[in-house]
Design a protein around this ligand. Structure first.
Ligand code: DOR
Ligand code: ZN
Length: 423
Protein backbone atom coordinates (compact mmCIF):
# COMPACT_ATOMS: atom_id res chain seq x y z
CA UNK A 1 0.00 0.00 0.00
CA UNK A 2 1.36 3.43 -0.95
CA UNK A 3 -0.06 6.77 0.11
CA UNK A 4 0.99 10.12 -1.28
CA UNK A 5 0.41 13.24 0.84
CA UNK A 6 0.46 16.08 -1.70
CA UNK A 7 1.42 19.69 -1.12
CA UNK A 8 1.16 19.87 2.66
CA UNK A 9 3.04 22.49 4.65
CA UNK A 10 5.44 20.26 6.52
CA UNK A 11 6.73 21.21 9.96
CA UNK A 12 9.44 18.71 10.86
CA UNK A 13 11.26 20.25 13.82
CA UNK A 14 13.43 17.18 14.46
CA UNK A 15 15.05 17.59 11.05
CA UNK A 16 14.74 21.39 10.94
CA UNK A 17 12.67 21.18 7.81
CA UNK A 18 9.67 23.37 7.06
CA UNK A 19 7.96 24.09 3.76
CA UNK A 20 5.61 22.69 1.15
CA UNK A 21 6.56 19.11 0.25
CA UNK A 22 5.00 15.82 -0.78
CA UNK A 23 5.42 12.75 1.41
CA UNK A 24 5.36 9.27 -0.07
CA UNK A 25 4.41 6.51 2.35
CA UNK A 26 5.25 2.95 1.36
CA UNK A 27 3.88 0.28 3.65
CA UNK A 28 4.53 1.32 7.22
CA UNK A 29 7.27 3.85 6.47
CA UNK A 30 7.93 7.24 4.95
CA UNK A 31 9.98 6.56 1.82
CA UNK A 32 10.39 10.01 0.24
CA UNK A 33 9.94 13.65 1.23
CA UNK A 34 10.37 15.94 -1.75
CA UNK A 35 8.77 18.60 -3.93
CA UNK A 36 6.39 17.31 -6.61
CA UNK A 37 6.64 13.56 -6.20
CA UNK A 38 4.93 12.05 -9.22
CA UNK A 39 4.73 8.33 -8.76
CA UNK A 40 1.46 6.39 -8.89
CA UNK A 41 0.12 5.72 -5.38
CA UNK A 42 -2.78 3.61 -4.10
CA UNK A 43 -4.14 6.68 -2.35
CA UNK A 44 -3.45 10.36 -2.88
CA UNK A 45 -4.38 12.84 -0.15
CA UNK A 46 -4.55 16.49 -1.17
CA UNK A 47 -2.93 18.35 1.72
CA UNK A 48 -2.82 21.80 0.09
CA UNK A 49 -3.50 24.44 2.69
CA UNK A 50 -2.98 21.88 5.46
CA UNK A 51 -0.13 21.45 7.94
CA UNK A 52 1.66 18.11 8.18
CA UNK A 53 3.54 17.16 11.35
CA UNK A 54 4.90 13.98 12.94
CA UNK A 55 2.22 12.22 15.00
CA UNK A 56 2.01 13.65 18.52
CA UNK A 57 3.42 11.68 21.45
CA UNK A 58 1.29 12.43 24.52
CA UNK A 59 3.45 11.38 27.43
CA UNK A 60 0.83 11.72 30.15
CA UNK A 61 -2.31 9.66 29.61
CA UNK A 62 -4.48 7.70 32.05
CA UNK A 63 -5.87 4.84 29.99
CA UNK A 64 -7.93 3.13 32.74
CA UNK A 65 -7.33 -0.29 31.25
CA UNK A 66 -7.20 -2.67 33.13
CA UNK A 67 -9.80 -2.26 35.81
CA UNK A 68 -11.73 0.89 34.99
CA UNK A 69 -12.80 0.32 31.43
CA UNK A 70 -16.16 1.96 32.15
CA UNK A 71 -14.16 5.23 31.95
CA UNK A 72 -11.94 4.39 28.95
CA UNK A 73 -10.36 1.41 27.22
CA UNK A 74 -7.62 0.86 24.66
CA UNK A 75 -10.07 1.09 21.76
CA UNK A 76 -11.85 4.31 22.82
CA UNK A 77 -8.58 5.91 23.89
CA UNK A 78 -7.16 5.01 20.48
CA UNK A 79 -10.12 6.65 18.71
CA UNK A 80 -9.75 9.77 20.86
CA UNK A 81 -5.99 9.92 20.39
CA UNK A 82 -5.98 9.74 16.60
CA UNK A 83 -8.83 12.28 16.42
CA UNK A 84 -6.41 14.59 18.23
CA UNK A 85 -3.44 13.83 15.97
CA UNK A 86 -1.86 11.72 18.71
CA UNK A 87 -0.15 8.57 17.43
CA UNK A 88 1.70 7.52 20.61
CA UNK A 89 0.79 7.70 24.27
CA UNK A 90 2.55 6.82 27.46
CA UNK A 91 -0.03 5.32 29.80
CA UNK A 92 0.24 5.95 33.53
CA UNK A 93 0.34 3.00 35.93
CA UNK A 94 -2.55 3.99 38.25
CA UNK A 95 -4.84 1.35 36.83
CA UNK A 96 -6.59 -1.44 38.76
CA UNK A 97 -4.34 -3.25 39.48
CA UNK A 98 -1.45 -0.83 39.01
CA UNK A 99 1.25 -1.58 36.43
CA UNK A 100 3.85 -2.70 38.93
CA UNK A 101 5.22 -6.00 37.55
CA UNK A 102 6.82 -7.08 34.25
CA UNK A 103 3.80 -9.33 33.63
CA UNK A 104 1.45 -6.36 33.82
CA UNK A 105 3.69 -4.31 31.53
CA UNK A 106 3.66 -7.15 29.00
CA UNK A 107 -0.11 -7.55 29.34
CA UNK A 108 -0.65 -3.88 28.41
CA UNK A 109 1.69 -4.14 25.44
CA UNK A 110 0.02 -7.31 24.20
CA UNK A 111 -3.54 -6.03 24.56
CA UNK A 112 -2.75 -2.58 23.20
CA UNK A 113 -2.54 -4.17 19.74
CA UNK A 114 -6.32 -3.56 19.52
CA UNK A 115 -5.78 0.19 19.73
CA UNK A 116 -5.25 2.66 16.90
CA UNK A 117 -2.66 4.52 18.96
CA UNK A 118 0.77 3.16 19.92
CA UNK A 119 0.75 2.54 23.65
CA UNK A 120 3.91 2.70 25.77
CA UNK A 121 3.48 1.71 29.41
CA UNK A 122 4.87 3.73 32.27
CA UNK A 123 5.33 1.36 35.21
CA UNK A 124 4.90 2.15 38.88
CA UNK A 125 7.76 3.22 41.13
CA UNK A 126 6.41 1.42 44.19
CA UNK A 127 4.55 -1.86 44.57
CA UNK A 128 0.82 -1.16 44.40
CA UNK A 129 1.77 2.53 44.27
CA UNK A 130 1.77 2.26 48.04
CA UNK A 131 4.92 4.32 48.53
CA UNK A 132 6.61 1.63 50.60
CA UNK A 133 8.58 -0.76 48.43
CA UNK A 134 10.27 -0.30 45.06
CA UNK A 135 9.23 -2.32 42.02
CA UNK A 136 11.72 -4.33 39.96
CA UNK A 137 12.77 -1.62 37.48
CA UNK A 138 15.17 -3.80 35.47
CA UNK A 139 12.53 -6.45 34.85
CA UNK A 140 9.86 -3.89 33.96
CA UNK A 141 12.25 -2.18 31.54
CA UNK A 142 12.99 -5.56 29.95
CA UNK A 143 9.24 -6.11 29.62
CA UNK A 144 8.88 -2.83 27.72
CA UNK A 145 8.21 -0.06 30.26
CA UNK A 146 9.52 3.31 29.00
CA UNK A 147 9.50 5.13 32.36
CA UNK A 148 8.42 4.80 35.98
CA UNK A 149 6.04 6.97 37.99
CA UNK A 150 3.57 6.73 40.85
CA UNK A 151 1.54 9.43 39.09
CA UNK A 152 -1.75 10.18 40.70
CA UNK A 153 0.30 10.31 43.87
CA UNK A 154 3.80 11.42 44.84
CA UNK A 155 6.47 9.20 46.41
CA UNK A 156 6.19 10.77 49.84
CA UNK A 157 9.28 9.20 51.37
CA UNK A 158 12.38 11.09 50.19
CA UNK A 159 14.68 8.21 51.14
CA UNK A 160 12.68 5.88 48.89
CA UNK A 161 12.74 8.40 46.04
CA UNK A 162 16.54 8.59 46.35
CA UNK A 163 16.73 4.83 46.02
CA UNK A 164 14.30 4.96 43.09
CA UNK A 165 16.46 7.51 41.26
CA UNK A 166 19.54 5.34 41.69
CA UNK A 167 17.79 2.19 40.51
CA UNK A 168 16.01 3.93 37.64
CA UNK A 169 19.34 5.22 36.36
CA UNK A 170 20.82 1.71 36.52
CA UNK A 171 17.81 0.33 34.65
CA UNK A 172 17.90 3.12 32.07
CA UNK A 173 14.41 4.39 32.94
CA UNK A 174 13.26 7.97 33.45
CA UNK A 175 11.31 8.89 36.58
CA UNK A 176 8.20 11.02 36.13
CA UNK A 177 7.30 12.84 39.32
CA UNK A 178 3.82 13.89 40.38
CA UNK A 179 4.82 16.75 42.65
CA UNK A 180 2.48 17.01 45.60
CA UNK A 181 3.05 17.10 49.33
CA UNK A 182 -0.11 15.38 50.50
CA UNK A 183 0.33 16.58 54.08
CA UNK A 184 -0.09 20.07 52.64
CA UNK A 185 -2.72 19.35 49.96
CA UNK A 186 -4.73 17.30 52.46
CA UNK A 187 -8.38 17.04 51.51
CA UNK A 188 -8.26 20.10 49.25
CA UNK A 189 -10.42 19.90 46.15
CA UNK A 190 -9.23 22.97 44.20
CA UNK A 191 -6.60 25.72 44.26
CA UNK A 192 -6.39 27.43 47.63
CA UNK A 193 -7.17 31.10 47.21
CA UNK A 194 -9.89 33.69 46.93
CA UNK A 195 -12.17 31.40 44.90
CA UNK A 196 -11.93 28.42 47.26
CA UNK A 197 -12.62 30.81 50.15
CA UNK A 198 -15.64 32.22 48.35
CA UNK A 199 -16.97 28.73 47.65
CA UNK A 200 -16.23 27.62 51.20
CA UNK A 201 -14.34 24.51 50.11
CA UNK A 202 -10.92 23.29 51.20
CA UNK A 203 -8.03 24.32 48.99
CA UNK A 204 -4.80 22.82 47.70
CA UNK A 205 -1.99 25.20 48.53
CA UNK A 206 0.51 25.93 45.75
CA UNK A 207 3.17 25.15 48.34
CA UNK A 208 2.19 21.48 48.05
CA UNK A 209 3.45 21.41 44.46
CA UNK A 210 6.32 23.84 44.95
CA UNK A 211 7.94 22.09 47.88
CA UNK A 212 7.88 18.70 46.17
CA UNK A 213 9.29 20.19 42.95
CA UNK A 214 12.16 21.57 45.03
CA UNK A 215 12.71 18.22 46.72
CA UNK A 216 12.96 16.42 43.39
CA UNK A 217 15.41 19.02 42.09
CA UNK A 218 17.50 18.62 45.23
CA UNK A 219 17.58 14.82 44.85
CA UNK A 220 18.40 15.02 41.14
CA UNK A 221 21.26 17.38 41.93
CA UNK A 222 22.71 15.38 44.79
CA UNK A 223 22.46 12.07 42.94
CA UNK A 224 23.35 13.42 39.50
CA UNK A 225 20.19 11.75 38.31
CA UNK A 226 17.41 12.80 35.92
CA UNK A 227 13.90 13.74 36.96
CA UNK A 228 10.92 14.67 34.80
CA UNK A 229 8.38 16.92 36.51
CA UNK A 230 4.83 16.21 35.36
CA UNK A 231 1.99 18.72 34.95
CA UNK A 232 3.60 21.94 36.22
CA UNK A 233 0.86 24.36 37.31
CA UNK A 234 2.51 27.10 39.39
CA UNK A 235 4.74 30.02 38.50
CA UNK A 236 7.09 29.15 41.37
CA UNK A 237 7.61 25.56 40.20
CA UNK A 238 8.62 26.74 36.74
CA UNK A 239 11.00 29.27 38.29
CA UNK A 240 12.65 26.57 40.40
CA UNK A 241 12.94 24.22 37.42
CA UNK A 242 14.48 26.94 35.30
CA UNK A 243 16.97 27.72 38.03
CA UNK A 244 17.86 24.01 38.24
CA UNK A 245 18.31 23.72 34.49
CA UNK A 246 20.63 26.73 34.56
CA UNK A 247 22.66 24.99 37.26
CA UNK A 248 23.05 21.97 35.02
CA UNK A 249 20.72 19.75 37.05
CA UNK A 250 19.05 17.08 34.91
CA UNK A 251 15.44 18.20 35.10
CA UNK A 252 12.85 18.15 32.33
CA UNK A 253 9.23 19.17 32.64
CA UNK A 254 5.84 19.33 31.04
CA UNK A 255 2.65 21.31 31.42
CA UNK A 256 -0.87 20.72 30.10
CA UNK A 257 -3.15 22.98 28.01
CA UNK A 258 -5.56 23.70 30.90
CA UNK A 259 -2.73 25.28 32.91
CA UNK A 260 -2.03 27.90 30.24
CA UNK A 261 -5.68 28.44 29.37
CA UNK A 262 -7.93 28.44 32.44
CA UNK A 263 -7.95 29.74 36.03
CA UNK A 264 -9.70 28.68 39.22
CA UNK A 265 -12.44 31.22 38.44
CA UNK A 266 -13.97 28.42 36.33
CA UNK A 267 -14.73 26.62 39.57
CA UNK A 268 -17.31 29.27 40.45
CA UNK A 269 -19.62 27.19 38.24
CA UNK A 270 -19.30 24.41 40.82
CA UNK A 271 -18.71 21.97 37.96
CA UNK A 272 -16.33 19.08 38.71
CA UNK A 273 -15.23 18.98 35.06
CA UNK A 274 -12.91 21.84 36.01
CA UNK A 275 -11.30 19.90 38.85
CA UNK A 276 -8.01 18.15 38.28
CA UNK A 277 -4.84 17.59 40.31
CA UNK A 278 -2.80 19.77 40.37
CA UNK A 279 -5.69 22.22 40.17
CA UNK A 280 -6.33 25.23 37.92
CA UNK A 281 -4.43 28.10 39.51
CA UNK A 282 -4.73 31.88 39.11
CA UNK A 283 -4.21 34.36 36.27
CA UNK A 284 -0.60 35.05 37.24
CA UNK A 285 0.25 31.36 36.88
CA UNK A 286 -1.39 31.18 33.45
CA UNK A 287 0.64 34.23 32.45
CA UNK A 288 3.95 32.89 33.75
CA UNK A 289 3.43 29.41 32.31
CA UNK A 290 2.64 30.97 28.94
CA UNK A 291 5.77 33.12 29.20
CA UNK A 292 7.84 30.08 30.15
CA UNK A 293 6.48 28.20 27.11
CA UNK A 294 7.59 31.11 24.92
CA UNK A 295 11.04 31.09 26.54
CA UNK A 296 11.64 27.37 25.91
CA UNK A 297 11.47 26.55 29.59
CA UNK A 298 9.11 23.63 29.03
CA UNK A 299 10.27 20.47 27.30
CA UNK A 300 6.81 19.06 26.63
CA UNK A 301 3.11 19.73 26.51
CA UNK A 302 1.04 16.68 27.49
CA UNK A 303 -2.68 16.26 28.08
CA UNK A 304 -2.88 14.45 31.46
CA UNK A 305 -5.92 12.74 29.87
CA UNK A 306 -7.85 11.49 32.90
CA UNK A 307 -11.29 10.17 31.98
CA UNK A 308 -14.11 9.89 34.54
CA UNK A 309 -17.78 9.22 33.80
CA UNK A 310 -20.57 11.78 34.05
CA UNK A 311 -21.87 9.99 37.09
CA UNK A 312 -18.51 10.08 38.83
CA UNK A 313 -18.20 13.77 38.03
CA UNK A 314 -21.75 14.65 39.11
CA UNK A 315 -20.94 16.00 42.56
CA UNK A 316 -18.70 19.06 42.53
CA UNK A 317 -16.99 18.41 45.83
CA UNK A 318 -16.56 14.63 45.92
CA UNK A 319 -15.87 13.84 42.25
CA UNK A 320 -12.45 12.41 41.40
CA UNK A 321 -9.76 14.71 39.93
CA UNK A 322 -9.11 14.69 36.20
CA UNK A 323 -10.11 15.89 32.75
CA UNK A 324 -9.97 14.26 29.31
CA UNK A 325 -7.51 15.88 26.94
CA UNK A 326 -6.36 13.72 24.04
CA UNK A 327 -8.68 15.37 21.51
CA UNK A 328 -8.06 18.94 22.66
CA UNK A 329 -4.28 18.85 23.24
CA UNK A 330 -3.35 20.19 19.80
CA UNK A 331 -6.39 22.41 19.04
CA UNK A 332 -6.28 24.21 22.40
CA UNK A 333 -2.51 24.69 22.11
CA UNK A 334 -2.84 26.09 18.59
CA UNK A 335 -5.66 28.39 19.70
CA UNK A 336 -3.88 29.68 22.80
CA UNK A 337 -0.27 29.74 21.69
CA UNK A 338 -0.09 29.85 17.89
CA UNK A 339 -3.09 31.99 17.00
CA UNK A 340 -2.17 34.54 19.68
CA UNK A 341 1.22 34.94 18.01
CA UNK A 342 3.13 33.51 20.97
CA UNK A 343 4.64 30.35 19.49
CA UNK A 344 5.38 29.10 15.98
CA UNK A 345 4.09 25.64 15.03
CA UNK A 346 7.69 24.41 14.93
CA UNK A 347 8.06 24.92 18.69
CA UNK A 348 4.74 23.21 19.38
CA UNK A 349 5.96 20.26 17.30
CA UNK A 350 9.15 20.19 19.34
CA UNK A 351 7.20 20.02 22.61
CA UNK A 352 4.57 17.54 21.45
CA UNK A 353 6.34 15.31 18.93
CA UNK A 354 10.10 15.50 19.37
CA UNK A 355 10.92 16.04 23.06
CA UNK A 356 8.58 13.47 24.65
CA UNK A 357 10.07 10.72 22.46
CA UNK A 358 13.58 11.94 23.15
CA UNK A 359 13.04 12.00 26.92
CA UNK A 360 11.48 8.53 26.87
CA UNK A 361 14.08 7.16 24.45
CA UNK A 362 11.50 6.02 21.92
CA UNK A 363 12.89 7.18 18.59
CA UNK A 364 10.65 8.71 15.94
CA UNK A 365 9.13 12.17 16.03
CA UNK A 366 10.47 13.20 12.63
CA UNK A 367 9.36 12.94 9.02
CA UNK A 368 12.61 11.72 7.49
CA UNK A 369 12.62 8.84 4.99
CA UNK A 370 12.88 5.50 6.75
CA UNK A 371 10.90 6.59 9.80
CA UNK A 372 7.53 5.03 10.69
CA UNK A 373 4.71 6.85 8.91
CA UNK A 374 3.07 8.27 12.06
CA UNK A 375 1.73 11.57 10.81
CA UNK A 376 -0.89 14.19 11.74
CA UNK A 377 -2.43 16.51 9.15
CA UNK A 378 -4.42 19.50 10.35
CA UNK A 379 -6.13 22.65 9.17
CA UNK A 380 -4.47 25.42 11.13
CA UNK A 381 -7.32 27.84 10.46
CA UNK A 382 -10.50 25.83 10.83
CA UNK A 383 -12.80 27.30 13.47
CA UNK A 384 -14.96 24.99 15.56
CA UNK A 385 -16.58 24.79 18.96
CA UNK A 386 -15.88 21.95 21.34
CA UNK A 387 -18.98 19.88 21.98
CA UNK A 388 -18.29 17.23 24.66
CA UNK A 389 -20.90 14.89 23.15
CA UNK A 390 -18.79 14.64 20.01
CA UNK A 391 -15.68 13.42 21.84
CA UNK A 392 -14.54 9.89 20.93
CA UNK A 393 -13.36 9.25 24.45
CA UNK A 394 -15.72 7.12 26.56
CA UNK A 395 -15.76 9.93 29.15
CA UNK A 396 -16.77 13.48 28.34
CA UNK A 397 -15.22 15.33 31.29
CA UNK A 398 -13.57 18.14 29.36
CA UNK A 399 -12.77 21.53 30.89
CA UNK A 400 -12.85 23.03 27.38
CA UNK A 401 -16.56 22.48 26.75
CA UNK A 402 -18.01 25.21 24.57
CA UNK A 403 -14.57 26.69 23.85
CA UNK A 404 -14.08 28.24 20.43
CA UNK A 405 -11.09 26.56 18.87
CA UNK A 406 -8.99 27.31 15.81
CA UNK A 407 -7.12 24.38 14.29
CA UNK A 408 -8.55 20.96 13.56
CA UNK A 409 -7.06 17.57 12.78
CA UNK A 410 -8.05 16.27 9.33
CA UNK A 411 -6.07 13.03 8.94
CA UNK A 412 -3.94 10.85 11.16
CA UNK A 413 -1.68 8.05 9.95
CA UNK A 414 -0.22 5.33 12.17
CA UNK A 415 2.28 2.94 10.61
CA UNK A 416 1.30 4.19 7.18
CA UNK A 417 -2.44 3.55 7.55
CA UNK A 418 -4.96 6.39 7.59
CA UNK A 419 -6.60 5.68 10.95
CA UNK A 420 -8.51 8.93 11.21
CA UNK A 421 -10.19 11.20 8.70
CA UNK A 422 -12.32 14.20 9.65
CA UNK A 423 -15.45 13.98 7.55
O1 DOR B 1 -6.30 15.07 37.78
C1 DOR B 1 -5.71 14.02 37.92
N1 DOR B 1 -6.25 12.85 37.54
N2 DOR B 1 -4.50 14.04 38.47
C2 DOR B 1 -3.85 12.92 38.78
O2 DOR B 1 -2.76 13.00 39.29
C3 DOR B 1 -4.47 11.60 38.56
C4 DOR B 1 -5.47 11.67 37.48
C5 DOR B 1 -6.37 10.46 37.41
O3 DOR B 1 -5.85 9.34 37.37
O4 DOR B 1 -7.59 10.63 37.37
ZN1 ZN C 1 -0.20 13.46 38.21
Amino acid sequence: MTTLLKNGHIVDSKNNREGVFDILVEGRFISTVAKDISVPADKVVDCSGLTVIPGICDMHVHLRDPGQTHKEDFVTAGEAAVAGGVTAVMCMPNTVPPTDTPERVRDIIRRSETSKVKIYPCAAITVGQNGLELCDFEAMKQAGAVAVSDDGKPVENARLMMEAMIRARLAGLKIISHCEDTDISGDGIMNEGAVSAKLGVSGISRTSENIMTMREICLANDLKAHIHIAHVSTKEAIKYINMAVNLGIMVTCETAPHYFTLTDEELLKRDADYRMNPPLRVFDDVLEITKALCNDMFDCIASDHAPHTEREKADFETAPFGVVGLETLLPVTLTRLYHTGKLPVSKIVRMMCVNPRRILGMGGGGLEPGSPADIAVFDLNENWTLNPDKLRSKSKNTCFKGMKLKGRVKYTLVNGAIVYEDK
